[in-house]
Design a binder for this molecule. Sequence first.
Ligand code: F3S
Length: 411
Amino acid sequence: MLQGAEGPGVRRAMEMVVALGRIYGARRLVPVASAQVSGVSYKNLGQAGLEFLQAWAQEGARARVPAFLNPAGMDMDAWAALGIPEAFARQQEAVVQAFAHLGVQPTLTCAPYLAMPWPARGSHLAWAESSAVAFANSLAGARTNREGGPSALAAAIVGRTAAYGLHLDEHRQATVEVRVQVPLRDEADFGALGILVGQEVGQGVPAFVDLAEQVQGKASLRGERGGEEAAVDLLRTLGAAMAAAGAVALFHVWGVTPEVQDEPALGRAPRRVEVASLEGAYARLNAPAEEVDLVHIGCPHASLAEIRQVAEAVAGQRLAARLWVTTARAVREEAARRGWVAQIEAAGGHVVADTCTVVAPIQALGIRVLATNSAKTAFYAPAHCGVAVRFGNLAQCLEAARTGRWPGGRT
Ligand code: F3S
């Protein structure tokens, strides 16, 4: 491949994989089971990025393993109804088409595991979106570094990645033992915890030694929702926040995540962190804005259970602020079959596929204040989207959607 036997597009991809391997001291390549490619929104990619993809496709490069896309800058079907400018939409369509020519499926989600089987434990992947990476490593027990968009695509094209970092056993051990001395009330608290721990551990591998009871206790409180599904949603929220505020790509929860159950990673962690209060995270993530333009639920992309919660909560209401529940298209279709999309739309909200507020051009939609129950969105939106943010739990967010206001702070 490096010598160009499979054409210039494959050679370009292999050069990238090998260069990364050299930088990080890899001694071999490993086959990857799948690739998840980021850098899809035209808002971030721009014209130069689009032309780069088109040129690579023209060189004959094609993914040789299952490869799928991170969210784009808009719902590919409903962009006009959501107010996305047509000029943006046409360029975004061209980006998705270029990826299609490269053999990458337009799944357009940061949670591909919601609509397909989880990656196999121990399998090697080349995934790029940071919350998906944290999920794959921590909850599924698969192995992936936090790839960039181009390196994930290169791995898909050659079917391999360089074996360094989290592909190797020695880098999957806990480096920081975390003790949580505060009760976690809801998904917002899990996200706030993730912000604090992410800031503290940076690129490390945190191991939560006393979180299992809180995860499972919260899960069992959620009525008809499967306990396991609710626990997964809470841990997705935690992982996404740690990946945003730090660069956490793998975490362990004693008694819950697969790798510590089989082979305790604790006891060797050289550092210990104790979290006694979440106030610092709430203070950091909340601006003093009261009028809310848009409420965003679904970062990472919402599960069916989360969509159902929203549908039941807004049934019969008339919302004052815009509401976006963002999810994967396949999950949206299932939610529609179950009547939950219609329930949310009847209240004036939208179940939006293929995108999220961080990668969509929401400033062009006149959004100045965003409310969310996602610590990750709250962390990124001020800088990435130029909006003020209110951060709290689902009930607070849906109340803001109903009234258009976020009264006072949260303690
Ligand atoms: Fe996904 Fe967008 Fe959040 S890509 S993890 S919903 S910032």
